[in-house]
Design a binder for this molecule. Sequence first.
Ligand code: PEP
Ligand code: MG
Length: 900
Amino acid sequence: MKYVFSFDEWKGKKPKDLAHQLGGKGAGLAEMTRIGLPVPAGFTITTLACDYYYKHGRKLPKELKGQVHAALGKLEKKTGKKLGDPHDPLLVSVRSGSARSMPGMMETILNVGLNDQAVEGLAKKTGNARFAYDAYRRFVQMYSAVVIGLPKEELEEKLRAMKTRLKTKDDTQVPAEAWRDLVKEYKAHFHKKTGMHFPDDPEGQLWGAIEAVFRSWMAEKAVTYRRVEKITGLLGTAVSVVQMVFGNKGENSGTGVCFTRDPSTGGKEFYGDYLVNAQGEDVVAGIRTPMHLDEMHKLMPKVYAQLEGVRRTLEEHYRDMQDLEFTVEDGRLYMLQTRTGKRTPAAAFKIAVDMAKEGLITKEEALGRIKAEDIERLFYPVIRSDVNRAELGSRQLAIGISAVPGAAVGRVVFTAEEAEEWAGRGEKVILVRRETSPEDVGGMFVAQGILTATGGKTSHAAVVARGWGKCCVVGCEQLDISYEEKLMQSNGRVVRQGDWITLDGNDGAVFEGQVQLVMPELPETYYTLLKWADGIRRLGVRTNADTPQDSRKAIQMGAEGIGLCRTEHMFFKDFEQPEKSADRQLAIQEMIVAQDREARLKALARLLPFQRRDFIGIFEAMNGFPVTIRLIDPPLHEFVPHDPERQKDLAEKIGVSVETVARRVEQLHEANPMLGHRGCRLCITYPEILEMQVRAIIEAAIECKKRKIKVLPEIMIPLTLDRKEMEILGGATRRVADEIIKKSGVKLEYAVGTMIELPRAALLADQIAEVAEFFSYGTNDLTQTCMGLSRDDAGRFLPDYVDPNKAGVFPADPFQTIDEAGVGQLVRIGIEKGRKTRPKLKVGICGEHGGDATSVRFCHQVGMDYVSCSPFRVPIARLAAAQAVIEEKAAKKKAKGNKR
Ligand code: PEP
Ligand code: MG
């Protein structure tokens, strides 16, 4: 197996396509060499060697020694220098780099090859002893820390003490003798700590450094970074061994880091820093303040012009914004790295659109460059980038599952009532609960953010918060919450009601105190790009919205209708007239506690005007777009109080005994409510609920029509499992609707369809389609019932199932990204069978997956008509739907090419 490739052995081949093996850095260096840019000589050990290393109990492949030796020989020949030569030594840097960039997560060792003799040779050859000993102390310092693992601080402390003695803060003011003494001090320290002498053999140093880079692949920070960034499927890190070039040789030398465009705004400005007389790590470590590239321009115009040329060449070559590292040695420019530059979401949009307009990439490629997260992160307040991360880390209380990104700051409250009360006084609050229930919706609505100790990404809190685009962290299991004492504990710290906390929904972190946030502004290019997406996509994009406000928001986000209006969400909160919320709650609770049909009808009659008003508001907001309204779905126990105090309060308000309320609550108790008396089963038992809801929908539609507002109501039956059931409920719906329409004299068209959220319904879809006019996949429940995993509780162990370093059973959380292998099959079967019966059957999805980019692609592939998701995810779905078309076209083109 060939594990080692020199940078210059790619003539005619394209190393940039081999990043998987060469790592981003290795591929970049080889590619830059190939296209004739000034790159120091060197070679790369591929990621396959790292893969071997871990698969064989941390042993390097046998053939590696010989291959590295040969490559080193070539390098020595090319440079005319020898590793360890006491007169003119070759020095190398040993650099990490995997296929995906993991900035700062793995190690690099510079100036490998120095010892007491070589440093003298270097000093003589360069005529610069100060430089030579500075390079030497850097090497000993790095080697001790990175390869041997001595604490960095101990070494840095010695450096600091030396500078204090010399009364200087600036490395460039330290004379050669002082550096030489520091090397001695480092070596003595090394001996004291390890019992060994510092390795003087240059080849031994090289191997120590190579292995240290391989080890850094599994360092905790690297593993965590890959987990957080969901980086999987990599072989490991490659190791690039590069001839050292020196930016610390004097005033005509220096080192810099730059981006071919501004990575924060995306502007087409050359953006970067340059540090005179320094080595690469000095820029990153911020020891001295670097100068802007504009200043470098004035200082060394020729080198700058060359760098500017490199910038243009690389952008045109890679057709994307690049992040470059360079060194100037005695006025000569060397490129040390090129990679796709990380950028803010706003910059991602600007760069993609600008490059398409410049003709560098196509519109389709521009669309492909934007990730779902880029869009999502545009809409949420975020922690300011200038916040001191180290200080922030010390304030971290806990880390949970990030359910909705963005950040939020507020004072802790532990009940929804308190949240409303505090918010009513103008306080910013974070609602902290073990878990949330529909009863908490008012408190959730007023909170800046929501934090729960349990639950996963489709738990109640997550679904509701996502709908509002509200920061939400769930499943934060380290939190020990005491409602009685009104406090929570985590990692030995106590946070009481009223204390400030900050949530970072981007990574699920919870911090003590207030952290400064900013609201990112929507860039113009966002609108341009999404317009392009709309021109390409086939899938419709609707929204899940329960209120006129959400509907209006969704329209702004580009929704083309409502795919799911969860009517029960209206039972607890009057979003237009909050002071009326209590009336609604009481009416629904009275309906549930009612002893007989007559009492139930009375309570329902009180609910009717509320629901009708909500629907009117939604129809107005959607102004002619289709609106799918789902009949009541959750088990009734979710709507009644469970604690004696509130039961007593309810009994008094509706004029029945506490025992009656308590008995009814007891009756409603189910061992497994998710599989219990819920969904359309409720309306089989209590048809009067269906009658009231259908009446509210149809009367609202008629009123709107009378006011010349176009309406397209679609009434949806949830959790259907049989044709007969659908026939009964669909029939009842049509009877009520037709009667009202007839009486009104208004011409109104409407449709009656069903959700498909049980495996049985998918399997019997051909029969159900005989009586259902449309299907909407409820993939939250379909995932739950197909996989036998509770959507509310699985969050506790699913991370282990997803983490490739643990069980790694699933590629992703199946409640977030559709499980194509299993649940996906049911979706396909249901569509195929449904359309056999009803070829024009309209099919959509309204589970959380409707806003997940990967799942949206699947929905496109299986031929759905639309996806529906929370308003803030509408742009993600619009983009993903376009990307699905682009990918499909590319796949077809490739297949055609293969056939030829
Ligand atoms: C679903 O189950 O996917 C769905 C949309 O319904 P709900 O989340 O309200 O159960
Ligand atoms: Mg459901």
